[in-house]
Design a binder for this molecule. Structure first.
Ligand SMILES: [Zn+2]
Ligand SMILES: [Zn+2]
Length: 730
C-alpha cells in the first residue's frame, strides 16, 4: 500500500495541531512529498509542523497558497494510523488537530538526531550531603540506571542545574555522551517460557493461531487471579514477535508496570519499551521514534500508547480490560479498550482482552459472536475461589463508632492464632468521609467544589477528593467557631485501621491506600514486604484488588459491601460485583482455601446474592437482561453532555437553549434528559450542568449530536464537553 506522491508545487492538504476545524492547503515542498509525511509549514508569522493528509481541497486563491518548507526526518504516518485518527475523531466528536496532538505527543520530535549529554547515578559519594543533593540522588536511584537530560533532572528534583554539576564533580553523578534514540535491546521470543498447564497451553495455542492467520480478531481471556492469564498472553506476544510484528500491552495502573517489566524480561531476556506518564521525556521521545522505525518490538504502557505510530502492529493486549481507568476522562474522551479493537481491525491485528471479571460490554460481545472467549481454570484447582458468606449487619451488635462486627472479629482472631493474614477491605480513603460540627451541624466542605472535605488523620489534613485541595484540620468550627466539637462521621480505611489496632492490640496492622505513599516505588516495596508476611492485618482500598499477590492471606472481610450498590450509575451493580469478586479472590492462594466475609445490611440484594453464590454467568445474564429492558449500553447508546462555567446562570441558560433546539436529536429518535445540576454541581469553582442523550443502538448518534451542538455558540469562559458512552456520571 503506497501513499500517493505529490510533485513539488502540487496542491496538498496538511493537518496541523493548530486549533482549526480544517486541513490547510499548501504546495508540496522541493523534492515533493507523500501522504503521511511529517512536514514543516508556514503558519502566519510562525512555522508549525503537520502531516500531509492528502490532496489539497483547492478552495483557496491559488496565488495565495504557500509552499510547505520541508519534509521532516520522521517516519511517515501510515495510512491505517491516519484512518484510525479519523475514526476516533468521528466516534468521540473530537476535532482532528486534537487527535494529531494525541498522536505526536513526544517532545523534541523535530530535533536533529545526534549526541546529547545525559546524567545517571555514578559510583562516588559527595563529600557533603545536602537535602538538594539527596533529592537528585534519590531520583536517579528511583529510576534504576536511566539517564536524564540536565534540565529535566534539575526540574524533577526541584534543584538548580549547578547542584547536578556539583555532583558530577564528586563522581556521584556520571555525565555521559549518548546517542539519541537508540533501538531497544532485542527480545528473544524463542527463550523458554514457564511450563504451562494443559489449560494454559490450549488457550495459548488458540491465540497463536489467531496471530498466524494475520488478520483481525478479538479474544476475551477470562480467568481468576492466579490462573496464569499473563503467561498465556505472553505466548501470544512471543508468536507475534516471531512473526516479525510489534505488540502492545496496555496496563491499567502504572504501579503494576515494574512487576510486569520484570516478567517480560524473564520471558524474553530484555526489557520492552515503556510509555506512560512516569517515563522521562527523553525516553518518551525514544519510544515514539523507535516504535515508528521498528526499533521497539514490544511496548508496555498506559492507554495513550494506543496512539503510538507502530510500524506493524500485530497484537494488542488490554490487561484488566474491565478497569475504569481505560476511559480517558479529560481532553479527548475515548475508551482505550474499545479503541484498541478499532485500531486492531485497521491493522489486521489480534486483540486479547484479559480479565477475571470482564465488563458487561465484552461479555455481550462474546454472546453475540463478535469476540472469541477462552476460559482458564485456576492452576491451584477449585480451592482458589474462597468460601463466601454474608454477615447480616442487622443482627450483629456493633457499638456506634465501630464497624467491625463480632462475627468478623472472631474470624480475624482465628487467623491471628494460626499466623495467617487477614484483609479488611473498604473502598474509601482517609479517616472519615464527613467532618461535622456537633454544636451547629455544619459540614466541612471544599471551597471550590460541592464536595465534602475528607479527613486524612495520618497526613493531619483535610482533603477534597474532587479537586485535590487540602487544608489543615481546624481547631474550631469554621462556621460557629466553637472549639472541640468537630466530629468524624463514618469510616475510611484509616479509621478501620485504628479500630483494628484497638481490637487486636498484639497484631501488626498496616494500611494500604494510594495517598499514603509518596511514589509508586515506595508503594510497591511495601506491598512486597506485606506479601512476605510483614503484617498480620492489612486494611486496604481498591488498590489491593488490583493484581497483587498475598500468599499468606486467607481471610477477606469486606467492611461495607453495600457501598456502591446505591447511586445513579447504571454500572453500579456491575462494578460492585467485579470489585467484590476481585477482593474475595485475594483470599486463599497457594496452599489453603480462603474465606471472604461480606458485611451487609441487605444480604438479600440480588448483587450480593450473585456474589455469594459465585454464579457469574447468571449474574451477567440477569444484568444484561435488565440493561436490554432499559435500552441502555451496551443495548442502547448514550452520550453525556457537561456544560461548565464560573457562572451558574450562564451554564443553565446554555443547557436550556440546547434542550429547546433538540430537533436534530428527535430526528434520530433520541431522548434528551436535562439540563440538571451534575451530581457534583461545582468542581474547582466551575458550575456544572448535565444533559443526557439516549438513543437506539443503530441510531447515527454522533452526526446528530454534532449538528445539535453546532446550533449554539459556547461563550468564551464556558465549556461544553460531549462524552460518548460515558463511564462516569459525576
Ligand atoms: Zn459549628
Ligand atoms: Zn474541591
Amino acid at each position: 500500500m503506497t501513499s500517493p506522491r505529490f510533485e513539488e508545487g502540487a496542491l496538498i492538504g496538511v493537518l496541523t495541531t493548530q486549533p482549526l476545524d480544517r486541513v490547510l492547503d499548501y504546495r508540496a515542498p522541493r523534492g515533493g512529498c507523500a501522504a503521511g509525511d511529517h512536514v514543516e509549514v508556514p503558519f502566519g508569522p510562525r512555522k508549525v509542523t503537520g502531516v500531509v493528509w492528502g490532496q489539497g481541497a483547492g478552495d483557496y486563491d491559488p496565488a495565495k497558497v504557500k509552499s510547505a518548507i520541508r519534509v521532516l526526518d520522521l517516519p511517515p504516518m501510515r495510512a491505517p494510523m491516519r484512518e484510525f485518527l479519523g475514526r476516533v475523531a468521528d466516534y468521540t466528536l473530537t476535532p482532528m488537530p486534537a487527535m494529531l496532538r494525541l498522536a505526536t505527543r513526544a517532545p523534541g520530535l523535530t530535533d536533529p538526531p545526534g549526541m546529547r549529554k545525559i546524567y545517571r547515578r555514578g559510583h562516588g559519594q559527595p563529600a557533603r550531603m545536602t537535602p538538594a543533593r539527596a533529592r537528585v540522588l534519590d531520583l536517579l536511584e528511583e529510576h534504576d540506571g536511566l539517564g536524564f537530560m540536565l534540565g529535566e533532572l534539575a526540574d524533577l528534583a526541584g534543584v538548580g542545574s549547578s547542584v547536578v554539576k556539583g555532583l558530577v564533580a564528586s563522581g556521584a553523578v556520571a555525565e555521559e555522551e549518548a546517542p539519541r534514540d537508540v533501538p531497544y535491546p532485542p527480545l528473544d521470543p524463542d527463550m523458554a517460557g514457564k511450563a504451562l498447564t494443559t489449560d494454559q497451553e490450549l488457550a495459548a495455542a488458540r491465540l497463536r493461531e489467531g496471530i498466524a492467520a494475520g488478520r483481525y480478531g478479538t479474544t476475551l481471556l477470562k480467568g481468576v487471579t492466579g490462573s496464569g492469564k499473563t503467561e498465556v498472553y505472553l505466548e501470544a506476544v512471543a508468536a507475534c514477535l516471531k512473526a516479525g510484528r510489534q505488540a502492545l500491552v496496555l496496563l491499567p495502573e502504572i504501579a503494576l508496570t515494574a512487576e510486569f517489566l520484570t516478567r517480560v524480561e524473564a520471558r524474553f531476556g530484555a526489557k520492552p519499551a515503556e510509555w506512560h506518564s512516569g517515563v522521562t521525556t527523553t525516553e518518551r521521545r525514544r519510544c515514539w521514534k523507535m516504535v515508528a522505525e521498528n526499533g521497539a518490538q514490544l511496548v508496555v504502557g498506559a492507554r495513550s500508547a494506543l496512539f503510538l505510530p507502530f510500524h506493524d502492529l500485530g497484537l494488542i493486549v488490554v490487561d484488566e480490560e474491565h478497569d475504569t481507568s481505560y476511559k480517558q476522562e479529560d481532553g479527548v474522551l475515548y475508551n482505550a479498550r474499545d479503541m484498541a479493537v478499532l485500531r486492531a481491525s485497521l491493522e489486521r491485528a489480534q486483540v486479547v482482552l484479559a480479565s477475571a471479571t470482564p465488563s458487561l460490554e465484552s461479555w455481550v460481545n462474546v454472546q453475540q459472536g463478535k469476540y472469541a472467549r477462552l476460559d482458564l481454570e485456576s492452576r491451584y484447582g477449585p480451592a482458589v475461589m474462597p468460601e463466601m458468606r454474608a454477615i447480616d449487619m442487622r443482627t450483629e451488635e456493633v457499638p456506634s463508632g465501630s464497624w467491625i462486627s463480632p462475627a468478623l472479629k472472631g474470624a480475624v482472631m482465628q487467623r491471628l492464632e494460626r499466623g495467617e493474614q487477614s484483609l479488611l477491605f473498604l473502598n474509601r480513603r482517609g479517616y472519615a468521609p464527613l467532618t461535622l460540627c456537633r454544636a451547629c451541624g455544619h459540614q466541612i466542605g471544599c471551597k471550590h467544589c460541592d464536595a465534602r472535605m475528607v479527613e486524612h488523620r495520618f497526613l493531619k489534613r483535610l482533603m477534597c477528593h474532587q479537586c485535590g485541595e487540602t487544608a489543615p484540620m481546624p481547631e474550631t468550627c469554621p462556621n460557629c467557631e466553637v472549639a472541640g466539637k468537630l466530629a468524624a462521621v463514618g469510616p475510611g480505611v484509616e479509621r478501620i485501621t485504628e479500630e483494628a489496632q484497638a481490637l487486636f492490640p498484639d497484631a501488626r496492622v498496616t494500611v494500604l491506600s494510594s495517598d499514603l505513599f509518596g511514589s509508586a516505588r515506595a508503594l510497591k516495596a511495601r506491598i512486597l514486604e506485606i506479601a512476605e508476611g510483614a503484617a498480620d492485618i492489612v486494611v486496604g482500598t481498591q488498590l489491593v484488588a488490583k493484581g497483587h499477590n498475598f500468599p499468606k492471606l486467607t481471610l477477606v472481610g469486606v467492611i461495607d459491601s453495600d457501598l456502591g450498590l446505591q447511586g445513579s450509575d447504571l454500572r453500579a451493580a456491575e462494578r460492585t460485583f467485579q470489585l467484590m469478586r476481585q477482593v474475595a479472590g485475594r483470599a486463599g492462594r497457594a496452599e489453603a482455601r480462603g474465606t471472604a466475609l461480606l458485611q451487609s445490611f441487605q444480604p438479600e440484594h440480588p448483587v450480593i446474592r450473585a456474589i455469594l453464590s459465585g454464579d457469574e454467568e447468571g449474574f451477567w445474564a440477569a444484568e444484561a437482561a435488565s440493561r436490554r429492558a432499559a435500552g441502555v449500553p451496551p443495548y442502547g447508546r448514550m452520550a453525556g453532555i457537561v456544560i461548565s462555567s464560573p457562572d451558574m446562570q450562564q451554564a443553565f441558560d446554555l443547557g436550556n437553549r440546547l434542550a429547546r433546539l433538540d430537533a436534530p436529536l428527535r430526528r434520530i429518535g433520541a431522548q434528551l434528559f436535562g439540563p440538571a445540576p451534575a451530581p457534583i454541581a461545582r468542581v474547582r469553582g466551575r458550575h456544572r450542568v448535565r444533559l443526557l442523550v439516549k438513543a437506539e443502538k443503530t441510531a447515527p448518534l454522533q452526526s446528530a449530536l454534532a449538528e445539535w451542538a453546532a446550533q449554539v455558540r459556547v461563550p468564551a469562559n464556558a465549556r461544553l464537553a460531549i462524552d460518548i458512552d460515558p463511564q462516569s456520571f459525576l
